[in-house]
Design a binder for this molecule. Sequence first.
Ligand SMILES: [Zn+2]
Ligand SMILES: [Zn+2]
Length: 352
Amino acid sequence: MTTPIPTLQTAAVIQEPGPNGTVRIDNAYPVETPGKNQVLVKLAYSGVCGSEVRALLGWSNYKPVVGHEGVGIVVKIGENVSESVLGQRVGVKWLHSACGQCSECQRGSSNHCMKPAYTGVHAQGTLQQYVVADSRYLTAIPDGVADEVASPLLCGGLTMMGGIAKLDAHIPKDGWVVVSGSGGGLGHVGVQIASRLRKFRVIAVDTGSSKRELSLQCGAHEFIDFATEDVEQRVREITGEGAHACLIVSGSEAAFELAPKLVRNNGLLAIIGLPAATFNFPLAASVFAARALTVTGVMVGTERQMEELLQHAAAGVIHPTVKVEEFSAIPEIFEKLKHGQVTGRIVVRIPQ
Ligand SMILES: [Zn+2]
Ligand SMILES: [Zn+2]
């Protein structure tokens, strides 16, 4: 394996993060060298997660290069990494590395590690040709799953696996689950996981005919258009007392305000979408008590859930709807994300 590795590469670089932040394509961006336990991955595709708009707007401290849904081939290894990893097709996820020591890591939930490092935050992300990743948290991509199909499963799909796993204690086998934001990049995969893998009855909530069609194709029992229908009333009609759980996939404040009204008493609200950091959950503490509601959060999913999801994708049960675009379109894609104009998941082709 003697792939020549350049010292400079093409990368999408965020400049002046904030209200007027921009993304520039840089054709002379340095390629990093993998350190201990690390590898260098030559990327083929990367998804552009909706959460990256937080980096553009400067809502938190990110690296100049973000992206955390990368698929490519290991071309170089650092110290302490087995040579057998060279040439493997792998996924680079949001979790760059974890401590391996805390109670969450010990029980296999490294995604909830006490001292995590995230791709795009603590390490440069996947919107570049070559990315350094931690070999211990790489995901092997099974044969039969194309690069561009695997990409959006690495964050979007995995997050839905993690969120839906949280429902177990709250919902009977054929219970009702509302997926709010069902036609988006995460939501439509969530509908597939909830209905096809878990056999829950899904009420999909979103707006517009293309999102209706996609949600129903993905296995939703019912679709409610929040722009033209009374969602609370329709959920009552369908379920009697309300749904057992609501997955709030949309980051919109209206979705958070509506969610508690859609579940029955003792219901579960799972926070998956990420509104601005200053936004608090809009419900009186006394209502939580009176209605015995549970609110849970989730940060992606476990390594085990990742493997499981990719196996289901290889078997053709889970299939994300993906739009592939060229790398040069990244600045425009970020502008669209900023204005909420992206439907489904965009995956970019990395220049080879
Ligand atoms: Zn993401
Ligand atoms: Zn840990």
